[in-house]
Design a protein around this ligand. Sequence first.
Ligand SMILES: NC(=O)c1ccc[n+]([C@@H]2O[C@H](COP(=O)([O-])OP(=O)(O)OC[C@H]3O[C@@H](n4cnc5c(N)ncnc54)[C@H](O)[C@@H]3O)[C@@H](O)[C@H]2O)c1
Length: 248
Amino acid sequence: MELEGKVVIVTGAGNGLGLAIARRCAQEGAGVALWDMNAESIEKLSRELGVADARALPVKVDVTREDEVRAAVQTTVDHFGRIDVLVNNAGISRHKPLEETTLELWDLVIKVNLTGPFLCCREVAPVMKKQQYGKIVNIASLGGRTGRPGVGVNYAASKGGIIAMTKCLAKELGPNNIYVNSICPGTIYTEQTGQYPKEVFESWIAGRAVPKHGMPEDVADAVIFLASSRSDWITGVTLDVNGGIFMA
Ligand SMILES: NC(=O)c1ccc[n+]([C@@H]2O[C@H](COP(=O)([O-])OP(=O)(O)OC[C@H]3O[C@@H](n4cnc5c(N)ncnc54)[C@H](O)[C@@H]3O)[C@@H](O)[C@H]2O)c1
C-alpha cells in the first residue's frame, strides 16, 4: 500500500491511462479525486472504487477552464481535507500534417494538453505549499521527446512544453517539498491511439527493445512510483515508459 492515507487527483480519469492510474492509486490505499469532463465515466468509476466509503470522488471539470479548475480544487479539499498528489493526465491528440493543422486545431491541443496542466498545477500549488508536501506527475509523451512524424506538431509541442514546465516547476516548488516529474509513455492502446488504423498501431512495435505492446497499467505503475515516498529526492525528471524504443 504505497499511497495509504494519501489523496490523489487524477485528471482525465474517465478513460484510458487515467482510468488505470486511478484504479492503481485506489488499490494502493489512496483516496482518489476523479477529474474528467465526462461525468458519466467518472461516476461509473467512482462506484467501482468505493464512493460509499468516501474513497473516490467524481469531479466534473474541464481542465482548460480556470473557474472550473479552481472550483474542482475546492471541492476536492472540502471532501478529502488535503491534496498529496496531482496527476496531470487529461490530454487529446488531433494529428494532421503541418499544412492541414489549422489554428483552431493548434489552439485546441495546446489548450487541453499544456494550458490545462498549467492551471491545475497553479491552483493545487497553494494547497501543497500549505502542507509543505506534494507530488505532481505530468503525463507527457514519447512524441514530445522524439517529435515522431505523424504525431502532429500541435501534440509534440504541447508535450515538449510539459517536459519544460516540469523542470521549471520542480525548481520553483522544490523548496516547499513539492516534487514535480513527468512520464513519457510510448504508444499504448487506448481510445486516443485507437484513432490510428490497426496496421499503423501494430507497426509501432518494431524497434522496441522489448517487442510487446505497453498497457495502461505499465504507466500506472510508473505513476505510483513517482507519487509515493519511494521516489523522494527525485524531481524534475522525465521517466520514459516505452519498452525501450527511445532511451534518453
Ligand atoms: N495512449 C497512449 O498511447 C499515450 C501515449 C503517450 C501519452 N499519452 C497521454 O496520456 C494521456 C491519456 O491518454 P489516453 O490515451 O488515456 O486518452 P483517452 O482519450 O483514452 O482519455 C482521455 C481522458 O481525458 C478526458 N479529457 C479530455 N479533455 C479533457 C478536458 N479538457 N478536461 C478534463 N478531462 C478531459 C477525456 O474525457 C478522457 O476521459 C494524455 O495526456 C495522452 O496525451 C497517451
